[in-house]
Design a protein around this ligand. Structure first.
Ligand SMILES: Cc1ncc(COP(=O)(O)O)c(C=O)c1O
Length: 385
């Protein structure tokens, strides 16, 4: 039976408490960045156990500023995964760096660490591993190859707030990286409408991020010996207006309280999908490494479209007609015309990403999905062949 609502591949969960928090902020003195942003940052520090947190306008801004804060000479190189949203590599381009892509591990769909090591050159200054779908990259292994090489690591954890690394600690603690970024877009695990955050344990980077978020302006009077008065401020760097509003931060703080419950429900749904899907020979379920705890932002299956004699387009249309939304995460970034036109990228260098791309399909996954919706989706998938 078709459900009476469309089941998108992802969606936010907003309850009365969230709405109440936003309404209270609308009635307060602060709308743009104010006390709620600070409170949300503190809550994110408590949650991730990172020392510092800077909230920004979105995940893309978080990536842009993280790379900017490293003050890397233009023309140097940065490495990331091609199976990501293009914001990961765009952040390198914004900062005048040359993006290099490394093929994925075919099991985890995460950047291949051995191949990353082989891609390092004397120009590599930063690696941006992406904790794709919520599954964390082995950060200890990755940081081992970056150590002693003057290479920073910025974790793109847009999908992974609430995930745990192999050692059981929470993503974003920056134990093995300079910075970690999060996104709070509505399809992500918690939302602020649009929003993002950067965590770090490095005080110097933290101070730079604060300035970069707000035009490069600081109250510190480095250039003068005495402060002329309360109006006085200085601009030391070329920054941006990437501030989050208090309205958004109030929502974020309220959402963060529910994050562990959201993840629990996401994982229940994943387990419910996995059981029948494991018996289907033309479909592969997502692989979760031993000892990691994925927040499961996405549920991506691999479908052998040749075997079922239907193209991905046909499958998506059939499911759409049944009220089921699916998506492709992602078109490998090296295939994007901008990247093809500006960098000499050879598709044949990424066979695992190509294979993944040809077969991937994201099925609905969000906390509000009911058990009967999941059963309906499972049945609809089984009926494809
Ligand atoms: C892996 C990844 N990185 C970065 C971003 C950018 O986040 P935002 O949409 O908040 O700018 C996204 C968002 O889709 C993402 O999926």
């Amino acid at each position: 039976m078709t459900p009476n609502k469309f089941l998108n591949y992802g969606r936010q969960f907003i309850d009365d408490d969230d709405i109440q928090c936003v309404v209270e902020t609308l009635r307060s003195n602060f709308l743009t960045q104010g006390p709620k942003v600070r409170e949300f940052e503190e809550a994110l520090c408590d949650y991730t156990e990172a020392k510092y947190c800077v909230c920004v306008a979105n995940g893309t801004a978080a990536l842009h500023l993280s790379v900017a804060a490293l003050e890397i000479e233009k023309g140097m190189e940065g490495i990331t995964s091609p199976i990501t949203f293009m914001a990961s590599s765009n952040s390198l381009v914004y900062n005048g760096l040359i993006p290099r892509f490394v093929d994925i591990d075919p099991k985890t769909y995460l950047i291949d660490i051995k191949k990353t090591e082989n891609t390092l050159t004397d120009k590599t200054r930063v690696i941006i591993p992406v904790h794709f779908t919520g599954q964390p990259v082995d950060m200890e292994k990755l940081s081992d190859i970056a150590k002693n090489r003057n290479v920073h690591i910025i974790e793109d954890a847009a999908h992974a707030i609430g995930s745990k690394y192999l050692d059981g600690t929470r993503v974003g603690n920056c134990q093995h990286s300079s910075m970690t970024i999060f996104s709070f877009h509505p399809v992500k695990t918690i939302t602020t409408g649009e929003g993002g955050a950067i965590t770090t344990n490095d005080e110097t980077l933290y101070q730079k991020l604060l300035e970069l978020r707000s035009h490069g302006i600081t109250k510190a009077t480095n250039k003068l010996t005495t402060n002329p008065g309360p109006w006085y401020h200085e601009m030391h760097m070329l920054g941006f207006n990437y501030r989050l509003t208090d309205i958004q931060a109030a929502l974020g703080k309220s959402q963060l309280k529910k994050l562990d419950e959201f993840i629990k429900r996401r994982r229940e749904i994943v387990a419910k999908y996995n059981e029948p899907f494991r018996k289907i020979e033309w479909l592969a379920t997502p692989y979760e490494q031993d000892n990691v705890y994925s927040a499961f932002h996405l549920y991506v299956v691999q479908i052998n479209f040749e075997l079922i004699k239907k193209s991905r387009k046909q499958v998506m249309e059939i499911l759409f007609e049944k009220g089921i939304g699916t998506q492709v995460h992602y078109i490998p970034v090296y295939r994007q015309p901008y990247y093809q036109d500006n960098y000499s990228l050879n598709i044949n260098e990424y066979p695992k990403s190509e294979h993944y791309y040809n077969q991937c399909l994201s099925l609905p996954l969000y906390p509000d999905l009911k058990d009967e919706d999941v059963d309906y989706i499972i049945q609809s998938i089984k009926e494809l062949f």
